[in-house]
Design a protein around this ligand. Sequence first.
Ligand code: DUT
Ligand code: MG
Length: 154
Amino acid sequence: MIENRALVRAVCLPHARGIEVPQYSTAGSSGLDIRAAVPDDKPIIITPGEWAMVPTGLRIEIPNGFEGQVRTRSGIAMQHGIVVLNSPGTIDSDYRGEVKVLLINHGKSSFTISRGDRIAQLVIVSYCSIELKIVKSIGSTTREESGFGSSGIK
Ligand SMILES: O=c1ccn([C@H]2C[C@H](O)[C@@H](COP(=O)(O)OP(=O)(O)OP(=O)(O)O)O2)c(=O)[nH]1
Ligand SMILES: [Mg+2]
């Protein structure tokens, strides 16, 4: 159990009223499950190969020095091929619009998203803001320019 919790304030927009607010499903979960705020009578259907922007009905105020990462839920990825297209989606701390989730269907069947469905998870992460300095050369390493499988694939 993490004792030192960052406070994230959120506004629930009218179209999300009645939907469960994002929650950690267990005490040790890193991501809060976030739910689709689509109308009851207008589910979103994503056909194979297509993607859709799913509203969450939430505006959040992430503290300075933190960002939100919108990540795929492994269950719907494994069972239906539904993943966050821009994974992980970035929620900037200065963003005040509605958090949206971009989902793509890599599966073989259409996938229906109904009101209140848990569509993704939101992880709040601290990050480092840098000052980028352009110089003539940068420090050398053993690896130098090797990459992209240079150490072998398996
Ligand atoms: O999955 C996502 C990704 C982004 N956003 C919102 C919050 C984020 O702060 C903003 C901008 O996102 P990003 O920086 O990824 O998009 P961009 O294409 O660079 O747009 P911008 O020029 O507005 O930064 O859009 C979401 O609601 N969900
Ligand atoms: Mg951006």
